[in-house]
Design a protein around this ligand. Structure first.
Ligand SMILES: Nc1ncnc2c1ncn2[C@@H]1O[C@H](COP(=O)(O)OP(=O)(O)OP(=O)(O)O)[C@@H](O)[C@H]1O
Ligand SMILES: [Mg+2]
Length: 260
């Protein structure tokens, strides 16, 4: 992507600071800092990103854009360096043997987080799970598969509950068990906000905080994931039991070593 394209996009978006894109949340600022612009340009030169089209989601810690490259639509997640929650990020990075030498600057922590999200998505993909395929990452930017139909992003379960909640619940429990047993990963932020409903099939997203089972808090995170999804699916009329679900996950052995 050339600099003009990014800058005109920035200009266009920053000219509409009050526009509501995601629910009632207002865009505080979509202006990229100089290092993010540089990162986007470098990804552009490597042909990972051709053009940013429009934001799918805007948040305090980052934005997700619908973008394009030669193969069509892609999603680009851009973390904001200044507003990311470093203490929280640190908690999830610290106990992870993949990131032993925890560096100190804000940039380093966010960059590590992006790398971690890329690796976690790759691990989940490796066990055949429905997550966005990660394509590339650089600094605070992650390029991945766009989950949607045409230019329309698939909605979260929060926005669009499934027509068959029992089936979604089972698939979600299978996802937890599958990544736990095959690649020793715990999502650690699983809820109706991080599961997309793509044409009535679940796609699990947002894996920056996912930790390996060796993380000191992995079991707590696993229990929290189970609690969150049981609570959510109960609201849709599914009869759930947290203890039994945890037991089922622990005992899950099917296809354990397949593809890994
Ligand atoms: N690959 C993707 N394809 C389509 N939409 C996506 C994709 N990744 C993320 N989104 C959309 O962007 C939103 C935010 O993404 P994500 O959950 O990964 O980030 P987040 O850090 O939780 O951001 P926030 O705190 O603003 O929700 C999602 O709820 C979803 O609507
Ligand atoms: Mg999220």
């Amino acid at each position: 992507m050339d600099k003009d394209k990014v800058e005109s996009l920035v200009k266009k978006l920053s000219g509409k600071p009050k526009k509501q894109i995601k629910g009632k949340r207002k865009i505080v600022s979509l202006v990229f800092d100089a290092s993010t612009l540089d990162t986007l340009q470098r990804l552009g030169r490597k042909k990972w990103i051709h053009q940013l089209k429009h934001p799918i989601s805007t948040g305090k810690e980052g934005n997700v854009f619908l973008a394009t490259n030669e193969s069509g639509n892609i999603a680009v997640k851009i973390y904001k360096i200044e507003t990311s929650k470093f203490k929280k990020m640190h908690e999830y990075i610290e106990g992870d043997p993949r990131f032993k030498k925890t560096k100190k600057t804000k940039h380093d922590i966010v960059n590590m987080w992006v790398q971690k999200e890329f690796q976690n998505l790759s691990l989940a993909k490796k066990c055949g799970e429905r997550v966005p395929t990660p394509f590339a990452y650089l600094n605070n930017v992650l390029v991945m598969e766009f989950i949607g139909t045409g230019d329309d992003a698939a909605p979260t379960l929060k926005k669009c509950p499934p027509q068959n909640p029992e089936q979604f619940f089972d698939k979600t429990v299978n996802f937890i068990a599958n990544i736990l047993h095959k690649v020793k990963l715990v999502h650690s932020d699983l809820s109706e906000f991080n599961i997309l409903n793509r044409e009535e099939k679940p796609v699990f997203i947002d894996m920056g905080q996912a930790v390996l089972i060796t993380h000191p808090k992995a079991i707590d995170f696993l229990k929290r994931d189970v609690k969150n999804i049981c609570t959510y699916f109960e609201t849709l009329g599914v009869k759930t039991d947290q203890e039994k679900t945890l037991q089922k996950i622990r005992e899950y052995k099917e296809n354990k070593q397949k593809n890994v």
